[in-house]
Design a protein around this ligand. Structure first.
Ligand SMILES: *[C@@H]1O[C@H](CO)[C@@H](O)[C@H](O)[C@H]1NC(C)=O
Ligand SMILES: *[C@@H]1O[C@H](CO)[C@@H](O)[C@H](O)[C@H]1NC(C)=O
Ligand SMILES: *[C@@H]1O[C@H](CO)[C@@H](O)[C@H](O)[C@H]1NC(C)=O
Ligand SMILES: *[C@@H]1O[C@H](CO)[C@@H](O)[C@H](O)[C@H]1NC(C)=O
Length: 179
């Protein structure tokens, strides 16, 4: 009885260390994969409005509205250690008040096995493009970048930026019409 138990223990210990080893190898095999790839981003419609920000000071703040095209083939990013991708599109810009502002405008999860070819035209943003002041109107350098987090089966969770950005200018006049 005693020897049976200790043999069982040995088997469990062996199996566990084997599994740990395999997981580690799995992680190693994908450690040096280059997860960067090209993305093409374009803006279609760009307007800016000046509206009261009820959540904060009730002062009027800039609210940007953009629609964008996005093309990227992310098929290559999926290997056996990639469970899912978390994509997000950020806008980066500087204003008189802030050295660097970053706003997430859109995101998407792609599960393994789902279509990983992005081909979007005139997409609306998913989140509001608020500035905390009047930093959007006439801003001449707003840069859109696509990035992704890789959710792996084992190992690290790298955050990657796509190759290819898009910079655009907000109009110098506010749009007053309803959109
Ligand atoms: C990515 O873009 C670069 C130039 O911008 C090009 O040389 C390269 O071939 C592209 N790679 C792919 C996989 O399309
Ligand atoms: C996407 O990339 C994969 C792997 O490189 C390739 O087989 C496939 O043809 C590409 N699809 C498109 C639409 O470019
Ligand atoms: C625009 O901003 C990006 C970063 O947000 C910066 O890399 C780039 O140099 C800027 N371009 C100009 C013309 O200022
Ligand atoms: C917009 O910015 C340009 C310089 O980038 C400036 O010459 C112009 O006067 C600005 N327009 C307004 C309405 O602020």
């Amino acid at each position: 009885m005693h020897s049976l138990l200790s043999r069982g223990n040995a088997i469990v210990a062996y199996t566990l260390s084997l599994l740990a080893c395999l997981t580690f190898l799995c992680f190693l095999s994908t450690l040096f994969v280059d997860y960067r790839t090209n993305a093409t981003i374009n803006t279609v419609k760009v307007v800016v409005k000046n509206v009261p920000d009820y959540s904060a000071s009730r002062e009027k703040c800039d609210l940007g509205f953009i629609t964008f095209d996005l093309h990227a083939n992310l098929t290559n990013l999926f290997n056996w250690n990639v469970k899912q991708l978390f994509l997000y599109l950020t806008a980066e810009y500087t204003t008189a008040n802030n050295a660097l502002s970053q706003v997430v405008l859109w995101d998407k999860i792609i599960l393994r096995g789902e279509n990983a070819i992005l081909d979007f035209k005139s997409m609306n943003t998913k989140y509001y493009f608020w500035d905390d002041g009047n930093g959007l109107r006439n801003n001449s350098n707003v840069t859109l970048t696509l990035a992704w987090n890789i959710i792996p089966n084992a190992g690290l969770l790298p955050s990657i930026f796509a190759r290819g950005q898009h910079s655009f200018t907000f109009p110098s006049e506010y749009t007053v019409a309803r959109l």
